[in-house]
Structures are given as structure tokens and as C-alpha cells.
Design a protein around this ligand. Structure first.
Ligand code: 5AD
Ligand code: SF4
Length: 445
């Protein structure tokens, strides 16, 4: 197929790194002259970016590919699969079964142009340097963007498929990161989220690179008003990082720190290298240095062998930390991971009942935490109109969704908003004073 006639439709499952990778491929396709269409029906090329972290997203990919195979029987259609599922044996079997034409592992996505030139099926699962040296152009029509700083993961959590799909940690050269952020700033982007499976390890794999703490300070100097980062690992969340956040006003006081479980017995079986006491000490240090910090976490319920007493330790840890938000998952055995090979999965009813109890806890805490913003003025990055009639939506520096009357925020941008009412899920506010974008003084190093 000639690239000039390419009508591409891109579908993304999974995490923010996948969203970033889709954008990377999309910009490559744009440079090849592709047009982007909103539906499968209008497309002659459908590319699916896949997630393997739990069983559910893999099932979704399979049913989508089934649909695409049927479509292929009716008309010429090129189907591509990229991302974490593509890297797995399971994914390659899926690709064969559903007649996928292009298969690109997470380290091979820069090969998209070559793949399209190929007259045959094109599979590439190697990890290529280009994936870290490519600097995608700023995404259009958004004030908030992602920047990859490190790929892969060196931890060995027994439940996790990611080390298999994304390989060991490889940090990106700091000059490229800074160049990408400079370009985003020039394009008017107001918020950058630094991405990696474990951003705290940044630089450790490459001699001469700055540490994550040093990188945060360097990125702060660029002067984008909001810097966020995800995901962190408690073991690598060292004091120098906390200090860098405290001393760099552009870095938002929002930290996502996955705990996974509150029980030491479970943490050990999960292969998490810290214990409850270590985690709570990190939280203590964070709260001490960053008053008003917003904390979120990931928790897996129903890990094999988790007893009622273990689960209750997760509930008490939740109370000790008092998270603003949590992403909660039912344990899903992933083929080939140590926990799936060696441990017996718990009955589904047990896992579901625990998840429900945890969700109750999360709602209570989120409501309580959200309430503390009532009457205070926060900075909101308004994206556009909300689903709720008459409102514009955005989020504050702590990642809370915030709704304001649409008439008060006619343009996307930064607004000072007084919070009038909190719910467990979001904050309602009114724009106060000037609606001019907030500027934050640069730190002097
Ligand atoms: N089952 C359930 N949840 C998982 N996660 C990772 N692997 C699994 C699994 N096998 C969760 C973890 C991780 C988040 C991205 O997904 O909580 O932090
Ligand atoms: Fe899913 Fe993890 Fe891959 Fe992201 S890195 S797409 S969460 S498996």
C-alpha cells in the first residue's frame, strides 16, 4: 500500500507509556503522509497498541483483533499490533491466529515506516536504541504532554509481566529529554509528565547521566509551570528525590507510590524489595518535606496466599497513609510470571469481596481528603468542556479532577479556582480573580 493513501486508525490500551508510544508512531505516520480517521470503517490501516499487565486488556485485544479479521475478509485492510502483548509468545500466537500483518514490540516501534514498506508480514521484537533517541514533535491540541525518560524495569515483582515485555531499564539521554520539553514549552504546553516504569531509577544504568533528583531540577529550570512524574518505586524513592521536589516549585506535590500490599508476608511473596515499615517511613519523609502532598497508590488484592489477616494489614496501611486516591486491581495470573507458575490463585469470590471492601475504604478516604480543599484556591489546568452540562473540566496540581462553570473558563489554560464543593470523585469550584495563566518563579540553582 502506498503511504500517501494511508488512512490510519490507532487504538491504545494500557498505561501512559503506551499513550506516549502511540503518539510517537502517529508522528512517524504523519511524516509519511498518513491521514488519521476516527473509525475502523474509514481506515485502511488499524494499529492496536496493547497492554499485557492483566488478563482483561489482553482479552479486549483478542476480541478487537477478531473483529478486524472479519473486516479483512470483506475488504483490503492492514492490521498492526504493537506494545506489550506483541512482545510475548502469547501475543505472537494471537497475531498468527488473527492474521496480523505488522507486529512491533515496545522497543521496535520506530520501525513502522519499514513495516509499511514491506510486502510481506513484518515482525520486529528487538529493542532498538532509536526508541529512546526519537524526539516526537509536540502533540497538537493539548496543554498537557508525556515525556518518556526511562524504559523497562529492573525489579522482579513475581506477579508482573512488564520486565518480560519491556526488558531492563534503559535511561534516555538527558539532552534529548530537555530538548523534547523545550519544544513542548515552545508549543505552549503547560504540564509535562515524565514517564517510565520506574522513573526513580533514572540515570543509574548509564554512567555520567544525572540522577532522577538532578533531572527533576534540570527540568524545573525549563520553566514549564507543572512537572509530574510516574511511576515511582518505594525502594528507589530516596531522600534526594524528596528534597528535589521540595526545592523545585514547578514539580507538583503529587506522588503516585504503588504499595501493592500492606502485609510483609505478601510483599515478600510478591518480590517487592521493601517492607511495610520502609514504605511508611518513605511516606513520613514525603509528608514532612511536602505539606499538603497528594498521595495515590496501586494495590493488588487477592494475591495468591493472601489471608484475611494479610488483607486487613492492607486496610490498616491505607488508614495510616490516608491516600487521596488508589488504583485497585484484582490479582490476575500472567502466563510465565513466577507467581502464576508457583502459586495457587485464590477463589474469585474472595478476591471480588476484598476488592469491594477496599473500594469502600478508598471512597471514604478520597471524600475526606477532597473535603480539605473546600474553601481553598487551587490552580486548575482546564482542558475543555465537561460531560456534565454547563461545566468545563480540568485538573489541579494534585491531579484531582475539577469542574468549573464553563462560562468562567471559556478557553483551555490555567485558572485560579476556589473549591466550593468536594465529592469522593471530584471537586467543584469557581474561577476567582484574574484568569490569566499562573506563572511560577524559576528556582535559582
Ligand atoms: N495482576 C493484577 N494487577 C497487576 N498489576 C501488575 N501486574 C498485575 C497482575 N498480574 C498492577 C500493579 C501495578 C499496576 C500498573 O498494575 O498494581 O502497579
Ligand atoms: Fe500495560 Fe505495563 Fe505494558 Fe503499560 S507497561 S502497557 S501497563 S503491561
Amino acid at each position: 500500500m502506498s503511504n500517501a493513501n494511508l488512512r490510519a486508525h490507532l487504538i491504545t490500551f494500557g498505561c501512559q507509556m503506551n499513550e506516549y508510544d502511540t503518539h510517537l508512531v502517529q508522528s512517524e505516520l504523519a511524516s509519511l503522509g498518513a491521514e488519521f480517521v476516527d473509525t475502523i470503517q474509514d481506515a485502511n490501516f488499524v494499529l492496536v497498541n496493547t497492554c499485557a499487565v492483566r488478563g482483561k486488556p489482553v482479552e479486549k485485544v483478542k476480541s478487537l483483533l477478531g473483529k478486524l479479521r472479519k473486516e479483512k475478509e470483506r475488504r483490503p485492510l492492514l492490521v498492526g499490533m504493537m506494545g506489550c502483548v506483541a512482545q510475548l509468545e502469547e501475543g505472537q500466537e494471537i497475531a498468527k491466529k488473527f492474521d496480523v500483518d505488522i507486529l512491533l514490540g515496545p522497543g521496535a516501534i520506530t520501525q513502522i515506516a519499514k513495516a509499511l514498506e514491506s510486502h510481506d508480514k513484518f515482525w520486529d521484537l528487538t529493542f532498538r536504541d532509536e526508541v529512546n533517541t526519537y524526539v516526537p514533535p509536540p502533540p497538537k491540541g493539548t496543554l498537557s504532554a508525556f515525556v518518556s525518560i526511562i524504559r523497562g524495569c529492573n525489579h522482579h515483582c513475581t506477579y508482573c509481566i512488564v520486565p518480560k515485555t519491556r526488558g531492563p531499564e534503559v535511561s534516555r539521554h538527558p539532552d534529548l529529554i530537555l530538548e523534547e520539553i523545550e519544544r513542548l514549552k515552545a508549543a505552549g504546553v503547560l504540564e509535562v509528565t515524565l514517564l517510565g516504569q520506574n522513573v526513580n531509577s533514572y540515570g543509574k544504568d548509564q554512567p555520567g547521566y544525572p540522577s532522577f533528583a538532578e533531572l527533576l531540577r534540570m527540568v524545573g529550570q525549563i520553566g514549564i509551570p507543572r512537572i509530574k512524574f510516574t511511576t515511582s518505586h518505594p525502594v528507589n524513592f530516596t531522600d534526594d528525590i524528596i528534597q528535589a521536589i521540595a526545592e523545585t516549585p514547578q514539580v507538583c506535590r503529587y506522588i503516585h507510590l504503588p504499595v501493592q500490599s500492606g502485609s510483609n508476608r505478601v510483599l515478600r511473596r510478591m518480590g517487592r524489595e521493601y517492607r511495610r515499615e520502609w514504605y511508611l517511613d518513605r511516606v513520613r519523609a514525603i509528608k514532612e518535606a511536602l505539606p499538603d502532598v497528594v498521595l495515590s497508590t496501586d494495590i493488588i488484592v487477592g494475591f495468591p496466599g493472601e489471608t484475611e489477616a494479610d488483607f486487613e494489614e492492607t486496610l490498616t496501611l491505607y488508614d495510616e497513609v490516608g491516600y487521596d486516591h488508589a488504583y485497585m486491581f484484582i490479582y490476575s495470573p500472567r502466563p510465565g510470571t513466577p507467581s502464576a507458575r508457583h502459586f495457587q490463585d485464590l477463589p474469585r469470590e474472595v478476591k471480588v469481596a476484598r476488592l469491594q471492601r477496599l473500594i469502600e475504604k478508598q471512597k471514604e478516604w478520597s471524600y475526606r481528603k477532597n473535603k480539605r480543599w473546600e474553601g481553598r484556591v487551587v490552580e486548575v489546568l482546564v482542558r475543555g468542556t465537561a460531560k456534565e452540562d454547563g461545566y468545563a473540566e480540568g485538573h489541579d496540581r494534585g491531579n484531582h479532577p475539577v469542574l468549573v462553570p464553563a462560562a468562567q473558563a471559556p478557553e483551555p489554560g490555567l485558572y485560579q479556582v476556589e473549591i466550593k464543593q468536594a465529592t469522593p470523585h471530584l471537586l467543584y469550584g469557581e474561577v476567582v480573580g484574574s484568569t490569566a495563566p499562573t506563572t511560577i518563579p524559576l528556582t535559582v540553582m
